[in-house]
Design a protein around this ligand. Structure first.
Ligand code: ADP
Ligand code: ZN
Length: 743
């Protein structure tokens, strides 16, 4: 076969096109599709990825490649194909997609393996020699004795530390020709210092057997299997199915990815997977955003080299460079953390389904509250549905009680944080020494500081939202941009001493609960109280050990956690999500209530859930109360169809923003006009309008919302229109395909 003489590359910078380079004879052996290379670009050099090898090139003034970066190609042809799909679908330059496909530490290839000095005997050493040495240098002899007994080389630093000896002693032995040092790569294992207790497969119940069978059937028909939607109520044993589907995949010579939302990538989840595959702990690689660059490098290479064949990770793990991929599991597939909110704005569940198609492998999407899109796909036969209707061991679904806050308000006048009924239920749990979780989707103490004289609220100077008061730091802060301010004594607008705190967040719930139940141990878990890496873990461990009676928190505690002794869950305000200007508001509320409720009664005692709300008869609340997913699905689907929303139509949201309001507005209106000319009548196009969140981080924002069934065509038309339109430098345009953030 003739060696390629040219390659086509994508340069890491945004230039929106591919370039050809000549491959020098000396490098030709080491370059193929997926290789990283250094190339001359303008008057500098740049890093690039090879996307094709060519026998000829039409390009003029072709220059040679400077160097190969790294030992082997980093991207498979399948992953490149996936990248191209993402670029087209998400209306996003391929260079930007590359940033997600390859972690920075791999793209730059600046960090390598961590090297350590290992020590071993230089030759066979007899006792005579050790004794002789002991007379002159007792410490050296002591060390030599230890070294002569080694079965295998050992880290020099580790040995010296263990024996409380210094480097000099070791150097002396090396000099005398007794010991030798050698550099070896060591793996930075993010979970290296943890012990995982081996677990074995549980005997599956009937529904689980069927679910697993769907997956193994699919594994046995590579290339023709549809994605599987595993709809199982909370605690129905979905994870156990995953744990058994993975060995079935490995047994067929293939590898597996398990995606979990970042938020549930808790020690508990990692433990379950590492524990089940404890015999080959190396076989499980973990990828998430809390890894150090060194750890990420090592985990990535462990996967790329084939040493790890199981990957568990958050969103970006969908790009894990496994060979012979057989199975991709997306747990909690409805979670919005799968959507990346910066370019490329991809949804990891959708990318997983496409990757599965490209790699001819099986995609399994699991959830207790599937997204409307996925469940719809199952009802029209695009996905196969597997259902788990029962909790394991026939445990009861929790009893949901709705507390009408309008009535409570009449009774107590002030806004009740804890209704009488919820208060009574907590007291009852404290008495029985059972645990309670209280949930509120809002951080801070008071959500605004108002003047009762002039009505002015303290707003963020950069964003169009009120500042939240945080009592533990005694400051006001903006939850969108992080701006903080001191608490004024008097109203800065009218000068009157009439400031009042309004609205409440988790911090106030915590202090109210602690006040009402002075003998209970109350802890709070939210982004404010969990700033230390260890805090999250400690709180969970203490809660599990029963050292905390009442846990107050935000969505951090809503998902995936399993605490047998929790028999009561209180949802302080179920209406928060319902009133957002977002067509998914109802869906989110239903999911949230169902998921939070799933935290109750996972042990022997059945659970109870109190839902406090001002809108007790809204459908999301009523269907959640009766654990009626199909009922909720049906009514929500009708609403979506009536309003031309997903899953019936795809949406693209364009945000035009600038520090200059007039320029943002003008650019948005011009763009909307051009789009109106470009898009055919099959697409629905809204006017350019101020975004619900008009100002964010000092930028004025305008939205254009488009909808249509033919999303790839729509995406292309948008790209073409944007390419033809020059925008002023200080105006930014963001295209979001299948958006989840409509603010
Ligand atoms: P889900 O992922 O659906 O929330 P899990 O897989 O976490 O459910 O299962 C809930 C609990 O039930 C776990 O403690 C799990 O070990 C246990 N479990 C799951 N399947 C079985 C089974 N077949 N027999 C006994 N216990 C099981
Ligand atoms: Zn702000």
């Amino acid at each position: 076969m003739m060696k390629p003489s040219y390659v086509r590359v994508i340069i890491d910078r945004a230039i929106h096109r591919e370039l050809d380079y000549l491959v020098p004879e000396t490098l030709s052996e080491r370059i193929s599709v997926g290789s990283r290379v250094r190339v001359p670009f303008r008057d500098k050099s740049a890093l690039a990825t090879v996307v094709a090898t060519l026998a000829q090139s039409e390009a003029e003034g072709i220059r040679p490649i400077e160097a190969v970066v790294g030992d082997t190609p980093v991207l498979s042809e399948e992953l490149l194909e996936l990248g191209n799909w993402m670029s087209t679908y998400y209306c996003c330059p391929i260079e930007t997609v590359m940033r997600s496909l390859l972690p920075q530490v791999i793209r730059r290839a600046e960090i390598g393996w961590k090297k350590q000095l290992f020590v071993q005997p230089a030759r066979k050493i007899d006792n005579e020699e050790i004794e002789q040495l002991r007379r002159r240098a007792p410490r050296q002899a002591e060390l030599l004795e230890a070294i002569s007994r080694l079965d295998a080389p050992i880290s020099a630093a580790q040995l010296l530390r263990k024996m409380s000896l210094d480097n000099q002693t070791l150097r002396a032995l090396v000099k005398r020709g007794f010991a030798e040092l050698r550099e070896q790569a060591v793996v930075r294992d993010p979970h290296g210092d943890e012990q995982f207790i081996a677990t074995s497969n549980l005997e599956l119940n009937e529904e689980q057997v069927l679910g697993l069978k769907r997956i193994t059937e699919a594994l046995d028909s590579p290339g023709s299997a549809r994605p599987i939607l595993l709809h199982g109520v909370t605690g129905s044993g979905k994870t156990e199915i995953y744990l058994q589907a993975i060995p079935a995949t490995l047994a067929r010579g293939r590898s597996a990815i398990v995606l979990v939302p970042e938020i549930s990538l808790t020690p508990q989840t990692v433990e379950r997977f590492k524990g089940r595959f404890a015999e080959a702990q190396d076989a499980v690689a973990v990828l998430h955003s809390h890894l150090s660059e060194g750890e990420r490098h090592d985990e990535w290479h462990k996967i790329h080299s084939g040493r790890a064949r199981i990957v568990i990770g958050a969103r970006s793990a969908v790009f894990a460079p496994l060979k012979n991929l057989g199975l991709i599991i997306v747990d909690e597939e409805h979670e919005t953390t799968y959507k990346q909110e910066e370019a490329p704005r991809y949804h990891a569940r959708d990318v997983a389904v496409v990757r599965a198609k490209i790699e001819k492998c099986v995609a399994v999407l699991g959830s207790a509250t599937p997204s409307l899109e996925s469940y719809y796909n199952a009802t029209i036969g695009k996905y196969r549905l597997a259902t788990l209707t029962q909790r394991v061991d026939d445990r009861q679904m929790p009893l949901m009680r709705i507390v009408d806050l309008r009535q409570e308000r009449r009774k107590e006048r002030a806004i009740a944080i804890l209704s009488e009924k919820l208060r009574g239920a907590i007291a009852d749990r404290l008495e029985k020494r059972e645990q309670t979780i209280l949930f509120l989707n809002r951080r801070g103490f008071s959500t605004s500081l108002l003047c009762s004289n002039c009505g002015e609220a303290r707003n963020c100077p950069n964003c169009s939202v009120a500042l939240t008061f945080h009592r533990h730091v005694a400051r006001l802060s903006c939850h969108l941009c992080g701006h903080t301010a001191a608490v004024p004594k008097k109203c800065p607008a009218c000068g009157k001493d009439a400031l009042i705190y309004a609205g409440f967040g988790t911090e106030k719930v915590e202090s109210t609960v602690a006040h009402i139940f002075p003998n209970a141990t109350v802890r709070r878990m939210d982004a404010d109280s969990m700033t230390r890496k260890q805090a999250y873990r400690d709180t969970l461990l203490n809660f599990r050990a029963g050292k905390i009676d009442i846990l107050v928190g935000t969505q951090m505690i809503a998902k995936g956690l399993h605490f047998p002794n929790v028999t009561l869950v209180g949802i302080i305000n179920a209406d928060l999500a319902l009133h957002l200007p977002d067509f998914r508001a109802g869906e989110r509320t239903f999911q949230l209530l169902t998921q939070v409720a799933g935290r109750a009664g996972r042990g022997e005692t059945p659970g109870e859930v109190f839902v406090q709300t001002y809108t007790p008869f809204s459908p999301s609340i009523q269907f959640a109360r009766h654990h009626d997913f199909p009922g909720y699905f049906q009514q929500e689907l009708e609403f979506r169809e009536r309003c031309d929303f997903p899953p019936f139509k795809h949406a693209i949201l364009i945000t035009v923003r600038s520090a200059h309001e007039a320029r943002a507005k003008f650019s948005a209106e011009t763009l909307a006009r051009r789009l109106r000319e470009a898009l055919g009548p099959e697409f629905i196009l809204g006017d350019a309008a101020p975004a619900p969140l008009e100002k964010l981080q000092g930028q004025f924002r305008f939205h254009i919302l488009m909808r249509g069934a033919a999303i790839v065509r729509l995406s292309r038309l948008v790209r073409e229109t944007l390419d033809k339109l020059p925008f002023p430098e200080d105006v930014a345009v963001v295209v979001d395909v299948d958006p989840y953030q409509l603010l």
